[in-house]
Design a protein around this ligand. Sequence first.
Ligand code: PNS
Length: 165
Amino acid sequence: MASVAVYPGSFDPVTNGHVDIIERSSKVFNKVIVAVLHNRNKEPLFTVDERVQMLKESIEYIPNIEIDSFNGLLVDYVRHKQAKTIVRGLRAVTDFEYEMQAASINRKLDPELETFFMMTNNQYSYLSSSIVKEVAKYEADVGDLVPPPVPKYLYEKYGSSPSDR
Ligand code: PNS
């Protein structure tokens, strides 16, 4: 039976840390669906379409990946996609509390689903979409932090460019 996993997130924007998890999980599962959340609580910088587009441009070289977006409860979406596993990356102990809570509630909502954690590569343990946005906002270089297609989207949004410094 083909194993299908869902890697959900805000991806506002996708970082090298996300790409690391996507590449590695694509070797574990037959198919990985990268699913962008239509955030209601957080105020995202990018629209869902922009976040999906950045992901498409960034990971198009990986064959067994699908990029999609979802609304509502994650477990409903995972079931709808006939997947059985949720993939999440863990950067540091600070992620642990939230992730344990989320995995526990998701298991309560649907005991058939499993959450699969991957430790983010050490070199990305400090990296988050928020940090990337902060750096880009102040016109510093984000080239080492995000995949090559992403900086131009960030600088366009902020009307900035690292060369302006
Ligand atoms: O990249 P993020 O913001 O850490 O991703 C969080 C995400 C999308 C995994 C989480 O907010 C989520 O699953 N939201 C959908 C609503 C839901 O199912 N909530 C219950 C589980 S936390």
